[in-house]
Design a protein around this ligand. Structure first.
Ligand code: SF4
Length: 697
């Protein structure tokens, strides 16, 4: 919405989707100012304040780039040349190897309209099953865990403002003080219990305010959740009436938790038994008052047992009677800006719009009807994100890939393996607004509009649909992703009217395609969004949206929540004499995801210019390292060069690296692509490593 020279919109980065005004500053360029909104209450973090600078970064792409062959440089071409070449190459490869030879890789940063159109483009224009997106690396484990327990996944099934009213909030594997600081405004009143191997910024806030920090050994928080469930029940905090009326499966889940008395939990996790008992009392007492929340983040999810770990935390919430009641609950803190909407509209390998399963005949029939095609022509499920990347160029795997808004060379695990797979492709196309590390490998790069240059909707961490408004025109000769997809679809033989380029037209179609599904957007109209109505999904025409889910019943057919029986198991790889330390990775306040955007913003880059390895002083000394020196961190997969940062609160057995940097400084050179059997989430959070001195660069 534009008033005079000011446009109200939302931040381009994380799932808090803080509201802001964009207005011309003294130099005539747009500048961001905070706007009042329930999630950010007039606050922005450092990234939000500087977000407008991304619109004018010096190396902004403004013309399509193409290379003659693999050895030659990227050079500017006109749009018709680029698009004709892409269509010609894709059609030729498809004729040789079949439709699944073309893969599509999307993003949790794309608007709902783009996510929807990308899924439709893959299934209709390319007829490929090979589509997935970087959100698989973000919160797929929480989505799987919530669906198992509640029959539905809407990250936080309640407004964030509810959380601020609680007596106690347990945060497992989440560090909002660093990653989404305005959220901390909602966490100032509750007593915090923070579960994190590091003394994170959030853990420090908890301790400063009389809360608790429990620091388990990386990869053992499932055991800690079992230990807390054990202690909570033994100490009398289980809600037996709620267990009878609203849940099923407690007895089987308890068979596992019963063995995790606090002293045994201490042996595995390193968290003292007395502190486990005290935390269980603190949480249980608040739960008895129906005034407690359990929130999980990437720290619980990014494991080869991420889904089970999320289930363990949900089991604790259910045993205490938290979910489905006003004033208490379980929720997941989504990371990417449209991490929620991005997984609902069909860019995930196994899904169709409306959060429907692609293998479900009724879902296929409904969506095919909206698209005007025969359901039998729709492809089936494809590969998950890492499996897709890992299959590229291999015998039978995709030979071409189209990449939209993602930089997997930095954000996927085991970067060197991903690099060799990308290099083995016959044809790679990237649509982006800067030459990211992955785009630099492409055969064709398409310059596309970014957040404030186009309108569209996002779905925030509460499942609330928001409208981003266009504040400025993109550079001349830059196109929107919707325009690119439409132009390519036409060249691939689709009728042009099947791929509209107007976001409102796409939203209306998305509404029809999602109608009747779990994530129903059929009532999310531009008019209701412009009126400022709080449109939490499901939102149907003429009906009130649903800020709080499950108050009467959970989404399983019998209305009951499910306990899922889960057992602790060790990380996918253990330490040994060669790799004696554990590495864990995470985010910094000044950067977002792969850093392709934020590393180009002067103030953010100046604040956090380089990768570092955070290490306990004794561990550093044993490796012959001191603060400020360069270290080589090595895992069984690769090496990273990082500046040593000493932290006296670090665990002796654990080092930490932020993952926003590329090349030889990428933390993902180290990470383990072992996958969760359900969510297919890689094990980003635990790698066995060693630390050695490295020469300065
Ligand atoms: Fe808000 Fe996240 Fe943007 Fe920071 S990055 S201003 S927390 S939406």
């Amino acid at each position: 919405m534009t008033h005079g020279t000011s446009t109200q919109t939302h931040c381009p980065y994380c799932a808090l989707q803080c509201a802001m005004h964009l207005e011309p500053g003294p130099d005539g360029r747009l500048a961001a100012r905070p706007a009042d909104f329930p999630t950010n209450r007039g606050g922005l973090c450092r990234k939000g304040w500087t977000s407008a600078e991304v619109l004018t970064v010096p190396d902004r792409l403004t013309r399509p780039l193409m290379r003659k062959d693999r050895g030659s440089p990227l050079t500017e071409v006109d749009w018709d040349t680029a698009l004709d070449h892409i269509a010609e190459r894709l059609l030729a490869l498809r004729a040789e190897s079949g439709p699944d030879t073309v893969a599509v890789f999307g993003s949790g940063g794309l608007t709902n309209e783009k996510s929807y159109t990308l899924g439709k483009f893959a299934r209709l224009a390319l007829a490929t099953s090979q589509i997935d997106y970087n959100g698989r690396f973000c919160m797929s484990s929480a989505a799987a865990g919530s669906t198992k327990a509640f029959g539905l996944d809407r990250g936080m099934p309640f407004p964030l403002t509810d959380v601020g009213q609680a007596e106690v909030v347990l945060l497992a594997g989440a560090n909002p003080a660093e990653t989404m600081p305005p959220m901390m405004g909602h966490l100032s009143a509750p007593t915090l219990i923070v579960i994190d191997p590091r003394r994170s910024a959030t853990a420090r806030v908890a301790l400063d305010n009389g809360g608790v920090h429990l620091a388990p050994r990386p990869g053992t928080d499932l055991a800690l959740a079992l230990g807390l469930l054990h202690a909570a029940r033994i100490q009398g905090w289980a809600d037996d009436d709620y267990l009878d009326r609203r849940t099923t499966g407690f007895d089987r889940a308890w068979e596992h938790a019963a063995a995790w008395w606090p002293e045994r939990t201490e042996q595995v996790t390193g968290v003292p038994a007395a502190r486990i008992r005290a935390a269980a009392d603190l949480l249980g007492r608040a739960a008895r008052n129906r005034s407690a929340y359990i929130l999980t983040g990437r720290g619980t999810e990014q494991h080869a047992k991420g889904t089970d770990t999320v289930s363990a935390w949900i089991n604790l919430a259910l045993a205490l009677g938290l979910p489905g009641r006003q004033g208490s609950g379980y929720g997941c803190i989504t990371g990417q800006g449209n991490g929620q909407g991005g997984r609902e509209h069909g860019q995930k390998a196994d899904q169709l719009p409306g959060y429907r399963k692609i293998a479900d005949p009724d879902a296929r029939a409904h969506v095919a009807d909206v698209w005007g095609v025969d359901p039998d022509t729709l492809p089936g499920p494809g590969r998950s994100a890492f499996e897709l990347l890992d299959a590229l160029g291999e015998g039978g795997g995709p030979r071409a890939m189209l990449l939209f808004g993602s930089n997997p060379l930095v954000s996927a695990p085991d970067s060197q393996r991903v690099r060799s797979r990308l290099a083995s492709l016959d044809f790679l196309v990237a649509a982006d607004f800067v030459l990211s590390e992955t785009a630099a490998m492409a055969d064709v790069v398409l310059p596309v509009a970014q957040w404030a240059e186009e309108s569209g909707t996002m779905t925030n961490l509460e499942g609330r649909i928001l409208r981003r408004n266009r504040a400025t025109a993109p550079p001349q000769s830059v196109r929107t992703d919707l325009e690119v997809l439409s132009a390519l679809a036409t060249r691939l033989g689709q009728p042009s009217e099947r791929f509209p380029t107007d976001p409102d037209t796409v939203l209306a179609e998305l509404g029809r395609a999602s109608a009747g599904g779990a994530a129903d957007y059929s009532g999310a109209t531009p008019e209701r969004l412009a009126d400022g109505e709080a449109l939490y999904w499901p939102v149907l025409p003429g009906s009130a949206p649903t800020p709080r889910l499950f108050l009467d019943a959970f989404a399983h057919p019998d209305g009951l929540a499910r306990f899922v029986a889960v057992a602790h198991r060790p990380p996918a790889e253990e330490t040994d004499a060669e790799y004696p330390l554990l590495a864990t990775t995470g985010r910094l306040m000044g950067h977002y995801q792969s850093g392709a955007q934020t590393r180009r913003v002067r103030e953010l880059s100046a604040a956090e210019p380089e990768v570092y390895v955070e290490v306990h002083p004794d561990t550093a000394a044993r490796a012959g390292l001191a603060a400020g020196e360069w270290a080589t961190v090595s895992s069984r997969r690769g090496h990273t060069r990082a500046r040593v940062r000493i932290d006296h609160t670090a665990r002796l057995d654990t080092v930490f690296l932020p993952f926003h940097f590329g090349g030889e400084h990428s933390a993902n050179n180290l990470t383990n692509p072992a996958l969760d059997p359900t969510s297919r989430m890689p094990e980003f959070k635990v790698s066995a490593v060693r630390l050695e001195p490295a020469p300065a660069p």
